[in-house]
Write a protein of this length. Structure first.
Length: 365
């Protein structure tokens, strides 16, 4: 396994608070053997599934965020030489003709688009969107959507991936926006051609868009050997919001992601809900997970503290209490401080003393 290549594939698209591929590999190798079944109910950008596919473990992942599912699927793609050829033709055609085609393009529209994108960005993205819609092959579509999604926030007025405020970005001409897309497409394709040679299990259809409170519908009772997951950190992010424009451009249902997301800032900062709601949401999901777990299976939960209504939410204590009725035994525990370790967190969230916990439970017979 080429670890450096794997890390580059794993970081291909920004995703808030994802864990590293090294961490996923470490726990998968320690707690499972080949052919075991692993499940991640908060799949995000698919790190657990990527590590599973590389180590010959079967894995399933579910998430309610369309962009998370898109990124996960990208990492699980296996492309035929014909599909690689078609993708090469796609980008060559774009590079050769974008200047002419853009003039006859019908522009995509949604309310507030002009606040978030300059005219040049709307023109280039409308052309890309149109070209993707002509593709018949699902895997080619996933590849092209992934590349498009990865440049959308860069060419929009959105300040950063985890700051939803509009700022004016300089130098956005049609030519340099098109070049940002061409460059990203070509480097991603080059990287992917290398990755495509790696030996790995095909898990593409096992990365699914689903509220994990319904995981019983897709997984059999007593079938899972390990859960490796990281739920949202309460009141820290709005995954649906940071990816909102990506979802609009790719025709995904923002409302579904928003309404099914647990732990968001929308719920705990805007709607001012109490943290007990988060604990009951977690319980609902993990009690469904309990059904599909084998006896003696392990459950590894990585979760950070938060702040709700001016008080610290101690994630370790809350998880232990919320999941107490499941009778899981805590068999290992470690933590680190968020302000020292977490590069993905904005300064304002890195409150001194906030911890990121790794809780390892075991389901007893
Ligand atoms: C900390 S992130 C997981 C990151 C992931 N470990 C990775 O490496 O990319 C938490 C995820 O939980 C997802 N989520 C929130 N509510 C959910 C629900 N009801 N069902 C499934 N996923 C949910 C969010 O969309 C987000 O992707």
């Amino acid at each position: 396994m080429n670890l450096e290549l794997l890390q580059r594939i794993d970081r291909i698209h920004p995703y808030p608070a994802k864990f590293t591929i090294d961490l996923a590999l470490k726990y998968i190798l320690e707690y499972t053997k080949e052919k075991d079944v692993i499940y991640d109910p908060f799949m995000g950008a698919g790190t657990t599934l990527l590590a599973s596919s590389m180590t010959n473990r079967c894995a399933f992942g579910t998430d309610i965020n369309y962009i998370g599912v898109l990124i996960a699927k990208f990492k699980l793609l296996k492309l035929s030489s014909n599909e690689i050829l078609n993708l090469t033709k796609f980008i060559n055609e774009f590079e050769k003709n974008y200047n002419n085609k853009i003039k006859e393009m019908e522009l995509f529209f949604y309310p507030s688009i002009n606040h978030w994108f300059c005219d040049e960005a709307i023109m280039v993205l409308s052309l890309i969107k149109n070209m993707i819609n002509t593709l018949a092959d699902e895997k080619e579509k996933i590849f092209c959507k992934l590349v498009t999604s990865s440049i959308i926030n860069v060419i929009s007025n959105q300040d950063s991936d985890t700051r939803y405020a509009a700022i004016k970005k300089p130098n956005l001409t049609i030519e340099n926006i098109a070049n940002i897309f061409i460059k990203k497409f070509k480097t991603t394709l080059k990287l992917f051609i290398e990755f495509n040679k790696e030996n790995r299990l095909d898990l593409l259809n096992q990365a699914m868009l689903l509220n994990s409170a319904n995981c019983k519908n897709i997984l059999e009772k007593n079938s899972v050997d390990l859960i490796l997951t990281s739920p949202p950190y309460i009141n820290t992010y709005d995954y649906y919001l940071y990816h909102k424009h990506r979802m609009y451009w790719l025709d995904y249902d923002v409302k579904y992601s928003m309404e099914n997301e647990i732990g968001s800032r929308r719920e705990y900062s805007s709607l001012k809900k109490d943290s007990s709601k988060f604990n009951s949401d977690l319980f609902k999901i993990f009690s469904n997970c309990n059904n599909i777990l084998k006896n003696n299976a392990h459950i590894i939960i990585i979760i950070g503290d938060g702040r709700v209504c001016g008080k610290t939410y101690d994630a370790k204590e809350n998880i232990i209490q919320a999941l107490h009725p499941l009778n899981w035994t805590l068999v290992d525990y470690s933590y680190s401080f968020l302000d020292q370790t977490s590069r993905s967190f904005q300064q304002s969230y890195r409150t001194k003393g906030k911890k990121e916990h790794i809780l390892i439970f075991q389901k007893r017979a």
